[in-house]
Ligand binder design. Structure first.
Ligand SMILES: [Zn+2]
Length: 728
């Protein structure tokens, strides 16, 4: 199973989620960046989306120079809209306050959607300059709304009104969400505290941008050049091809390049026979942002943590973690810690077993000089692969022959058809941000009703962030008309040779199902209000639908139809499937510990109150106290922990993947106990209670409606092959 290569880039600002409708074509004067002259042209970012499917993003017409004026115009318009609501002479009602708020910010939301897509997939020096300037201004803008006294008074009045009892449960939840979001953002503070809070938020926005750009610079600027066959020893052809392609982008002729990104480093550490080069690659990767150079993130982290602690105190919370978790499913850091600690000990025990197995194997394979080696962190993936082969006769490269990217894409479409009655057809009349992006229309198989659009951006390119993620370009809702969903899935596969199928690993196939799970969460949305739509749920709940979908990859139906050999077209043999199944919990000690170490350090950093923290020292001490196995390093070391320091979104929230997996493991049991993974009755319950409700329902309640009870930890432990009683 694969936990963390994913980031969900759903917008987190409640009042900022409303998409299109009701906005007329607005001509805005933009200043030409080159000449400084006023150019009377229409900025395409500000125009209501045109074209088929209720309008689509104008990716083909956007230029980086248009972002700043568009963001400025969007913010100004949004502030004017909000001011109108705040100054409404009529007494506050749900309709004239909350519903009206749901109608504001549509123009800015459209701009920010495309701004976000460029930031994640078309980034470069020109764009980074815009980010550096606009990040603090966007933060200040957000505060201007949540600190609007008259507006908050109206929201508070609606929330406390006796009218509330007559509202639908969705409206009641939305009132609560507005009220609580405003309070949590400082709406109740005095003027001085508000101004300090806004200062803090702007400083943080600046620091987050610098943190991200530093990590990007180290990933882009550092690499290892391999110059001879001897340096390629052990690497399979696919890794060599990727390294050759990387060499071309880095202008290293006649050489191969291992980039400083996970998708380049992990396969190298798994296969390279050259222990010296493995160590070199490992050190380069784990030291991103920690090299004492101009891209060092340590001082930035200290400052971020202090500002977060001060902000939490201002807002009346003991720590940043308490503030972040209040509205999460876990509710308190203590609950999250309890789950993590429950899993930590058996996972560490398993690591010691895994290391013993690897050491036994390594003892039989002395190095070239005949010396015995002791397993070090740069050896883990390499020897784990050797143990996997010896014990389960399972070779990842053998499995890969059956995993073609495009066939698996057909597989996820088929699963969506079985579970949710969706049909996918190519939409070729839609502009895309890059020629690699393809779009499909999603319809209901029976009624042919249009459901939404799915954009697929699978390949790595310069300026695209690493990893895989889902993004919502437009959320389903009804306040502004029948608005349908637009979602995208993004990955970083290295493009194959033209005409040849792209083969991917089992882990990557799982990631595809995972991200598609997020997309289905968006596409199934059936709510009225945009702020409650699709994936706009608690951070520790949002990975539940996506992790759940991973289970369908290994169903016989998918494997027989879609896991077919790239040359013979024959389905993956049952004997190989059996070997995959037998090896299912193999290396789970490593996977769990590298993840949990990062999640625990994240939480402890944010429970440490406002002491001045030296990230490296804190990491070292905390891991020593936890009994971190020497052979493993955190999946994201602090100076490169983008989840936690590139924004607030996963801060004190990296535990979310484990929390969601608790639900995932337990929920899949409903299918196992029922008629199997394609039991239509259970799939319908899944749609009804989980995938369609967005944030209309409290997540714990939604889960109980689906499962008939609360989740049990036993399923999680079983899924990972751990015993529930500490020890084996
Ligand atoms: Zn995810």
């Amino acid at each position: 199973m694969l936990l963390l290569v994913t980031i969900l880039t759903a917008s987190a600002i409640a009042y900022n989620l409303n998409p299109t409708k009701g906005v007329n074509l607005i001509a805005v004067q933009t200043t030409d960046a080159q000449t400084g002259a006023e150019a009377h042209v229409i900025n395409p970012l500000l125009v209501r989306w045109e074209g088929p499917y209720g309008g689509v993003p104008p990716f083909d017409r956007v230029q980086v120079a248009q972002f700043k004026p568009a963001l400025e115009a969007g913010m100004a318009k949004n502030l004017a809209e909000v001011e109108r609501i705040a100054k409404d002479p009529a007494a506050p009602t749900f309709e004239n306050t909350i519903t009206e708020m749901e109608r504001t910010g549509q123009m800015l939301d459209r701009v920010q959607t495309i701004y976000g897509v460029f930031g994640a997939t078309m980034n470069g020096p020109e764009f980074q300059a815009v980010q550096r300037e606009m990040a603090p201004r966007l933060a200040a803008f957000g505060d201007q709304i949540t600190q609007n006294v008259a507006l908050f008074k109206r929201i508070e009045a609606v929330y406390n009104s006796s009218e509330k009892a007559r509202l639908t449960s969705e409206q009641q939840r939305l009132s609560w969400l507005y009220y609580t979001n405003f309070v949590r953002s400082g709406a109740r503070l005095g003027a001085d505290d508000k101004s300090r809070l806004s200062q803090i938020n702007q400083k943080l926005a600046r620091l987050y941008t610098r943190f991200s750009q530093n990590v990007l610079a180290e990933e882009d600027g550092q690499f290892i050049t391999l110059k001879s066959d001897a340096e390629l020893a052990g690497l399979p052809q696919s890794v060599r091809d990727a390294a050759a392609a990387a060499a071309a982008t880095k202008k290293q002729t006649g050489a191969w390049v291992i980039m400083n990104t996970r998708s380049s480093i992990d396969p190298f550490l798994t296969y390279s026979d050259r222990r010296d080069l493995r160590e070199k690659a490992w050190r380069m990767f784990v030291n991103r942002g920690d090299n004492g150079n101009e891209h060092d993130n340590n001082a930035i982290i200290t400052e971020i943590l202090q500002l977060r602690a001060e902000r939490a105190r201002l807002l009346g919370y003991p720590t940043h973690a308490h503030w972040r978790l209040e509205n999460a499913m876990a509710k308190t850091p203590e609950h999250a810690m309890e789950l993590m600690e429950q899993v930590w000990k058996p996972a560490v025990t398993r690591v010691h077993e895994e290391v013993a197995d690897m050491q036994a194997l390594a003892d039989k394979m002395p190095d070239k000089e005949g010396a015995k080696i002791k397993i070090e962190p740069w050896d883990y993936r390499y020897y784990a692969e050797k143990v996997r082969k010896a014990r389960y006769d399972l070779d990842q490269n053998e499995v890969k022959q059956y995993l073609q990217l495009e066939k698996l894409r057909e597989g996820i479409f088929w699963v969506a058809g079985e579970l949710f009655n969706f049909n996918f057809t190519p939409a070729t009349n839609v502009p895309v941000v890059h020629p690699d992006v393809r779009v499909w229309e999603v319809t209901d198989k029976t009624t042919k009703r249009h459901i939404g659009l799915w954009y697929f951006d699978p390949y790595a390119r310069a300026g695209k962030r690493s990893g895989a993620w889902m993004n919502a370009y437009r959320s389903q809702e009804r306040v502004n008309g029948e608005i349908t969903t637009i979602v995208s899935n993004n990955a970083n596969f290295v493009k194959g040779k033209p005409g040849e199928p792209l083969l991917i690993s089992w882990d990557d196939a799982q990631t595809m199902f995972h991200e598609f799970g997020h997309a289905l969460h968006g596409l199934n949305s059936n709510v009225t209000y945009p702020s409650l739509s699709g994936t706009a749920v608690a951070r520790d709940y949002v990975e539940f639908p996506s992790q759940l979908l991973e289970h369908w990859l290994s169903t016989p139906e998918v494997l027989q139809r879609f896991a077919v050999h790239y040359q013979t077209g024959k389905p993956i043999p049952q004997t190989l499937v059996d070997r995959i199944k037998r090896a299912e919990t193999f290396n789970e000690g490593f996977i769990t510990v590298e993840y949990l170490a990062a999640a625990l350090v994240d939480m402890k950093l944010h429970l440490a109150s406002d002491q001045k923290i030296d990230a490296d020292a804190f990491e070292k001490t905390t891991l020593a106290e936890l009994g971190m196995p020497h052979e493993i390093v955190m999946r994201h070391r602090t100076p490169q922990f983008m989840h936690v320091f590139s924004s607030d979104s996963y801060s004190a929230g990296y535990y979310s993947y484990l929390w969601s997996d608790l639900l995932t493991a337990d929920a899949y049991g409903a299918f196992v106990e029922g008629g199997g993974p394609y039991d239509h009755k259970i799939a319908e319950r899944l749609r009804k209670y989980i995938f369609s409700v967005g944030n209309m329902v409290d997540p714990a309640e939604a889960y109980r409606s689906f499962r008939g009870r609360d989740p049990r930890v036993e399923a999680l432990m079983k899924k990972r092959g751990f015993s529930t009683t500490n020890g084996k």
